[in-house]
Design a protein around this ligand. Structure first.
Ligand SMILES: Cc1cc2nc3c(=O)[nH]c(=O)nc-3n(C[C@H](O)[C@H](O)[C@H](O)COP(=O)(O)OP(=O)(O)OC[C@H]3O[C@@H](n4cnc5c(N)ncnc54)[C@H](O)[C@@H]3O)c2cc1C
Length: 502
């Protein structure tokens, strides 16, 4: 099948979770009127995973690209703005018990030099302020519960993500896609028929219907119905360095003053998220089932939230962490949980969903459906998974907790990629991280800024060495000026509550 051949081509998407509707929205947006018809089939009986409430700035790019306005989708999905993520209690190093991983802003260029300089000096044992939070505007906005949208007179771009009700985002995109002529079928697919060359020919539903297609998009969630079960593409588990495989979810009431950050707090056997939406706070505990039972995790989370058993019912989930070896195989593309999942510590899943879909669309537009483009697409997508994985694994390697075997085993785990090993080595040996990553051509999904924040945020520094009283490194940057600069910038932002009045 190729874009330049005449005649209608049919694309069938299996699954109506966020991944399915993002795929349908992107494809209809790019390919409407170009000879494609799109059908999405989903089973209300199976339902969606129903979690996934935080995003990176990539989701904003997606909504902007398909022409959806915040004033339209955000109120309908109980969405709020997100400046970044706070990590609490992951490190026991004094002064580093909490840090913020910020989304970037253009004003960071005024403070980044000082941050890099100070973290470099601190890595030599020089006593300078080197905690990330004092250097970033979005850290201040999150601390003040301000939204990331500047008043009109502030001419700098500030990146941001969102918090939202995943179910409602799916609903919103569904209604929009249906209005744009995506055909919606509600049925459970019981079987996929193959052609003689091993391509998928059609899906059979439990209502006895056959849905034929030229190309299939598997958005069936952790099941991986088409990519894993039908086409037998192998799944590579990440369990050797990402131990968590379960989650328990417990919503609580929203507070009057809505926050503008996700908070990720280390627990005994994993970590808990706190995500502020307009109508509730989403809470969940991601943990490792070989260290903690489902009941134990629920009790620990309830205690942390001050909730009784009778207050609200918990939802328990299993997570399959890893990725398929080929995301596009034969005439099938896997998107979302069916292609793989890295635990949600940095809320990267929808980022990967959007990148997978748009990379696929662009590859097809440039090269058709030929195997050459497909092979390179698979390499890029696998590499994207591995790069995100490195950053998530780094959180676990950096932790300094020793209260449970879980944390001790994480901290002692030597199963890390060469890339991550190199990054840690550069940092430890006091070299310039950004320059060295470039020189060694270390590929990462995360910028040098994000790596600095993570490593500095955990207080991964040597002991302070005795220094002469007058040391040029300690007086190079005036922290009072940096504090004042950020304070003045933050005056240009209203509270999250005010910014949510559309
Ligand atoms: C604990 C947890 C926390 C998470 N937090 C985040 C986060 O903060 N940020 C983020 O970006 N992501 C997060 N994610 C990931 C996010 O939830 C998913 O990436 C996203 O919801 C997309 O899911 P999906 O559409 O692939 O699968 P699902 O939501 O599971 O949808 C699968 C669809 O396939 C259909 N289906 C399956 N089999 C059949 C069949 N045989 N016939 C018909 N239909 C079928 C189902 O009915 C459903 O419609 C989290 C995931 C977990 C587990």
């Amino acid at each position: 099948m190729s874009l330049d051949r005449q005649g209608n081509k049919s694309i069938v998407i299996l699954g109506g979770g966020t991944a399915g509707w993002i795929a349908a929205s992107a494809m209809i947006d790019r390919w409407a009127g170009k000879g494609f018809d799109i059908t999405l089939v989903e089973s209300p009986e199976i339902g969606t995973v129903g979690v996934g409430e935080g995003s990176t700035p990539r989701l904003k790019v997606f909504f902007d690209t398909i022409g959806v306005r915040e004033s339209d989708w955000m109120p309908k999905c109980n969405a709020t703005y997100k400046n970044g993520i706070s990590f609490a209690n992951w490190s026991t190093r004094a002064g580093f018990e909490r840090y913020f991983h910020p989304f970037g802003s253009q004003v960071d260029r005024h403070t980044l030099t000082a941050f890099y300089f100070n973290t470099h000096a601190r890595r030599q044992g020089i006593d300078v302020p080197a905690h990330p939070d004092r250097f970033f505007l979005t850290a201040k906005l999150a601390e003040n519960r301000q939204g990331p949208k500047a008043n009109e007179n502030f001419p700098f771009i500030v990146e941001y993500g969102y918090h939202f009700d995943a179910q409602l985002v799916g609903e919103y995109l569904k209604e929009r896609a249906k209005a744009l002529n995506v055909k919606h079928v509600q049925a459970k697919v019981s079987e996929a028929k193959l052609t003689s060359n091993g391509d998928i020919a059609s899906l059979l539903t439990d209502t006895g219907d056959t849905i034929e297609g030229d190309f299939f998009v598997d958005c069936s969630g952790f099941r991986g119905t088409l990519i894993q079960q039908t086409l037998q593409v192998p799944f590579r588990s990440f369990a050797e360095n990402l131990f968590n495989d379960s989650a328990v979810v417990l919503p609580t009431n929203q507070v009057a003053d809505i926050g503008s950050e996700t908070v990720s707090t280390a627990m005994k056997y994993g970590w808990a998220w706190e995500i502020p939406l307009t109508h509730r706070i989403g809470n969940g505990y991601v943990y490792c089932s070989s260290h903690c039972s489902a009941d134990g995790a629920e009790t620990e989370l309830r205690t942390a939230l001050g909730l009784l058993d009778s207050d609200t019912e918990a939802r328990h989930l299993k997570m399959k962490v890893g990725r398929v070896e080929q995301h596009w195989h034969k005439n099938c593309l896997a998107v979302g949980l069916s292609q793989g999942f890295i635990e949600p510590l940095e809320a990267t899943a929808l980022n990967i969903v959007c990148n997978t879909v748009y990379d696929f669309v662009e590859t097809v537009e440039a090269e058709g459906f030929a195997s050459r483009g497909r092979d390179r697409f698979n390499e890029r997508t696998n590499s994207a998974f591995e790069k995100v994985r490195d950053y998530i694994v780094a959180h676990y390697i950096m932790n300094t907790r020793d209260d449970t075997d879980y944390w001790r085993q994480n901290g002692a785990n030597k199963n890390v990629s060469d890339t991550l090993r190199q990054i840690l080595q550069i940092w430890k040996t006091g070299k310039n991280l950004g320059q060295e990553m470039e020189r060694l051509q270390i590929q990462s999904s995360y910028s040098a800024m994000s790596w600095h924040c993570l490593l500095a945020g955990y207080g991964f520094y040597p002991d302070i060495r005795p220094m002469p009283a007058v040391n040029p490194a300690t007086s190079q940057f005036n922290m009072a000026e940096i504090d004042e600069f950020i304070r003045r910038c933050s005056k240009n932002f209203r509270s999250q509550n005010e910014q949510l009045r559309f």
